[in-house]
Design a protein around this ligand. Structure first.
Ligand code: RTP
Ligand code: MG
Length: 150
C-alpha cells in the first residue's frame, strides 16, 4: 500500500471556534501520522499561490478574505491513500450537503466557511506542502503503531 502525504489547513473558523483539537484528534484516531504542523497567518500572496486554480473564479475575493481573516494551522499527514482518506473525512465543500460523521457535516453549515482544506490529489499535495513547509520541516519517523494502522 503506497503511503501518501496530504496538506491540511485548519481554516480560520476552526481556530476561532476552538475546533483544532477535535479535528486533529479525528485525524490521529483514523491512524494518519502527523509529520509537520505549524500555525501561521495566510497572506494574500500565499492564498493566491495555494488556491491558484480558483484565483480567476467569481468567489475568489470572498475566499481570499476568509482564508486571510485569521490564523490557520497547516499540517502534513501521512498514511496509505492519505489524500482520499482525508477528503472522505472532510466531507463535501458545502457543510449543508456533507454527511453526518464528516468534519464539515458535523460542524458546519456554510459552503465557504468550512473548517478544513485537504489536498485533492497526491501531486497537488506535494505542491501545497512545498508552499507551506520547508523540506526539513516535514519529518520522517517510525511509530510502533505503523504496523497496526496500515
Ligand atoms: P479546499 O480546496 O479548501 O479543500 O475545499 P474544496 O476542495 O472542498 O473546495 P474547492 O472547490 O477547491 O474550493 C476551495 C474553497 O473555496 C471556498 N468556496 N467558496 N461558491 C463559493 O462561494 C465557494 N466555492 C468554494 C470554500 O472555502 C472552498 O473550500
Ligand atoms: Mg479544493
Amino acid at each position: 500500500m503506497a503511503l501518501e502525504k496530504s496538506l491540511i489547513l485548519l481554516k480560520p473558523d476552526a481556530v476561532q471556534r476552538r475546533l483544532c483539537g477535535e479535528i486533529i484528534t479525528r485525524l490521529e484516531n483514523k491512524g494518519l501520522k502527523l509529520i509537520a504542523m505549524k500555525m501561521l497567518q495566510v497572506t494574500k500572496e500565499l492564498a493566491a499561490q495555494h488556491y491558484e486554480e480558483h484565483v480567476e473564479k467569481p468567489f475568489y475575493p470572498m475566499l481570499e478574505e476568509f482564508i486571510t481573516s485569521g490564523p490557520v494551522v497547516a499540517i502534513v499527514v501521512e498514511g496509505p491513500e492519505a489524500v482520499s482518506v482525508v477528503r472522505g473525512m472532510m466531507g463535501k465543500t458545502n457543510g449543508r450537503e456533507s454527511a453526518p460523521g464528516t468534519i464539515r457535516g458535523d460542524f458546519g453549515l456554510s459552503r465557504q466557511v468550512n473548517l478544513i482544506h485537504g489536498s485533492d490529489g497526491p501531486e497537488a499535495a506535494l505542491r501545497e506542502i512545498g508552499i507551506y513547509f520547508q523540506a526539513e520541516e516535514v519529518l520522517s519517523y517510525k511509530s510502533s503503531l505503523d504496523e497496526w494502522v496500515c
